[in-house]
Design a protein around this ligand. Structure first.
Ligand SMILES: *[C@@H]1O[C@H](CO)[C@@H](O)[C@H](O)[C@H]1NC(C)=O
Ligand SMILES: *[C@@H]1O[C@H](CO)[C@@H](O)[C@H](O)[C@H]1NC(C)=O
Length: 588
């Protein structure tokens, strides 16, 4: 127990002694485990109606807890959605947007990230004496001015411990033959450069000292060969494999490039070790899965075991790891003192799913997917909350809720206070979760594509309808497709979108698949709804203060001076995981 925590618990006891039972009992400060999966579709889970994929551990959360059926991400892409999750604020407020089609952080070596003056749920929990950790994907930036300055490292956002990818999985990270070949060739080239350099030096010294009799031409030839090989080596080293696919523990790079297929088990072990070390609580663990993003690195035990190809295997492996986390919570006797939350950062990636290899998730009855701004498939995600004895088991809530609600909910659970000097878009979910209220506080939710508002939903306080108004929708390509194959992701502006005037209107409570737009002729409330939502958008815009957008192309690109390196740049190969995993030392 750290001094700070000891102090915190002492002062807590003092409070209990002096103020008596009217204070929240220690028992009421639950541990919090937040699980987020990357690119998981809502239709990929048994508890959301899938009957061929096996997700028993996640389904148990629904059975033993509360299931949200209208849980909405603040954006349909990783970086902005996660920033909103962390801060409880629309990305447009924090600047985790661009003014064009750049929608995520494009590389780890870009000098951008979540602004340091933002407050995350981890900050709030930490202030209340919680031990905090994030394991897995970050994707909120890393460096600002020089390599390894780590100005956007999770440790600056309230997390005591971090182990994971500061960036995100993407196709280059493998595992595949080209990744392995790339590493092998690069390694050999580097050894050849060293050998040729050594030979040239030996010959030159020998010649100069008169002990060797070789022509200068040979020395010159070796030097040229060294430069040539060095040039190839540097070129093979340009790949983002080296600069973006890396694992970090705390501030140390442990694998560069990382072995993606073994990261899952390493990170789960690390999380379980965190739970064990902090079993006395209270703790907040954000387990941010690298699963089920492409290229779907999966261990051999799971390959070929599902009915849905590599994607299904990866989902089932992810569920297995969820089971490991839940079992650790049970084994430590923390089940009734821990709120477990499960979600996905946005919908499944249709362009990956419908591509020939079927590598993306399934969004069930919802239209569209990852990246498709306002369409439900991109933002309508699973939302499960389990806290035995405190939340009714098996309850289903159809009200609109948001991933941004986690920050105020964490504040309520931990006794913290949400920041008062800025707009917080999330709402405390406890009254809804505990059945004290039946109605969501979110009358309106706004659906952005980067900094552009594409759609909005209205759930009137006195009705069960949920209206959805689309002002802008992505243009699918090629024509007739239901996704954006040519660009791999849909885009936000210009020729890549359709501007609707009048806007498209749907009643999600009647037409959740957004199949038939309502018109003045088919919907008597048409004018009223369009006008009400337009007014709400206008009011909302008034509350958005201009901030510097982070993801703009000028800065959201690779800077050589910011490339992370575990050695002496550009010699950046590390694999420290082997030894460290074996010795199982805690790292703090
Ligand atoms: C279950 O999930 C798989 C994997 O995404 C998908 O292909 C399948 O269509 C889903 N089945 C149902 C019934 O939802
Ligand atoms: C953070 O700093 C930026 C730049 O000075 C400013 O625009 C923004 O309003 C600040 N945000 C908060 C939450 O204080």
């Amino acid at each position: 127990m750290t001094l700070r925590r000891r102090w915190a618990s002492l002062s807590w006891m003092w409070l209990l002694l002096t103020v008596g039972q009217s204070q929240r009992a220690d028992d009421d400060k639950p541990n919090i485990v937040l699980i987020m999966v990357d690119d998981l579709g809502i239709g990929d889970l048994g508890c959301y109606g899938n009957d061929t994929i096996r997700t028993p551990n996640i389904d148990s959360l629904a059975r033993d807890g509360v299931q949200m059926t209208q849980h909405i991400a603040a954006d349909s892409m990783c970086t902005p959605s996660r920033s909103a999750f962390l801060t409880g604020r629309y990305p447009i407020r924090t600047g985790m947007v661009s003014n064009g089609n750049y929608r995520v952080l494009m590389t780890l070596a870009a000098p951008v990230g979540l602004p340091r003056n933002e407050t995350t749920f981890a900050h709030l929990a930490k202030e209340q004496g919680y031990s905090t950790a994030i394991f897995g994907k970050w994707h909120q930036g890393l460096n600002c001015n020089y390599r390894n300055d780590h100005c956007h490292h999770p440790s600056h956002y309230g997390f005591d411990d971090f182990y994971g990818m500061p960036y995100t999985l993407f196709d280059t990270c493998g595992p595949n033959l080209s990744r392995d070949a790339e590493i092998a060739i690069s390694g050999r080239l580097w050894i050849s450069v060293q050998l040729v350099a050594l030979a040239a030096l030996t010959l030159a010294l020998g010649k100069l000292s008169g002990t060797l009799c070789v022509p200068w031409a040979l020395v010159l030839f070796l030097v040229l060969l060294m430069l040539l090989l060095g040039h190839f080596w540097l070129n093979s080293h340009q790949s983002s494999l080296y600069w973006d696919c890396l694992l970090m523990r705390g501030h140390e790079i442990t694998e560069q490039p990382m072995k993606a297929e073994r990261a899952g088990s390493i990170l789960v072990k690390e999380a379980i070790s965190f739970l064990e070390r902090h079993r006395e609580g209270p703790f907040l663990l954000f387990y941010s899965f690298l699963h089920v993003h492409t290229p779907l690195p999966t261990t051999e035990d799971f390959i070929g075991t599902s009915r849905h190809g590599l994607y299904g295997d990866n989902v089932e492996e992810m569920d297995f790891y969820v089971g490991k986390l839940l079992a650790a919570i049970d084994d430590l006797g923390l089940r009734n003192h821990t709120l477990v939350y499960f979600t996905s950062d946005h919908g499944g990636h249709l362009e990956a799913r419908l591509g020939h290899a079927q590598h993306g998730g399934y969004n069930g009855i919802f239209k569209g997917g990852k990246g498709m701004s306002g369409w439900e498939g991109g933002i309508h995600v699973p939302g499960l909350f389990r806290w035995p004895g405190k939340l009714p088991a098996g309850n289903v809530i159809d009200e609109p809720t948001s991933l941004m609600d986690i920050l105020p909910t964490v504040a309520a659970l931990t006794g913290g206070i949400v920041p008062q000097d800025r707009v917080i878009d999330g709402r405390n979910l406890l009254p809804l979760l505990q059945g004290e209220t039946q109605h969501s506080e979110h009358e309106f939710l706004f659906h952005y594509c980067s900094s552009f508002l594409h759609a909005a939903r209205w759930h009137p306080k006195d009705s069960n309808a949920t209206w959805k108004v689309h002002y802008v929708t992505p243009v699918f390509q090629p024509p007739g497709a239901q996704a954006c194959y040519e660009t791999h992701y849909c885009q936000c502006i210009g020729d890549n979108v359709t501007y609707h005037d009048p806007p498209l209107l749907f009643d999600l409570s009647q037409d959740p698949s957004e199949s038939t737009p309502l018109t003045k002729d088919t919907e008597p409330l048409y004018d009223l709804v369009i006008q009400t939502v337009a007014d709400a958008v206008k009011e909302h815009r008034k509350t958005v203060a201009p901030v510097q957008p982070q993801l703009v192309p000028e800065r959201n690109r690779q800077f050589v001076s910011l490339m992370s390196c575990c050695g002496v740049f550009p010699f950046c190969f590390c694999d420290k995981e082997g030894e460290e995993a074996a010795s199982k030392q805690p790292f703090d």
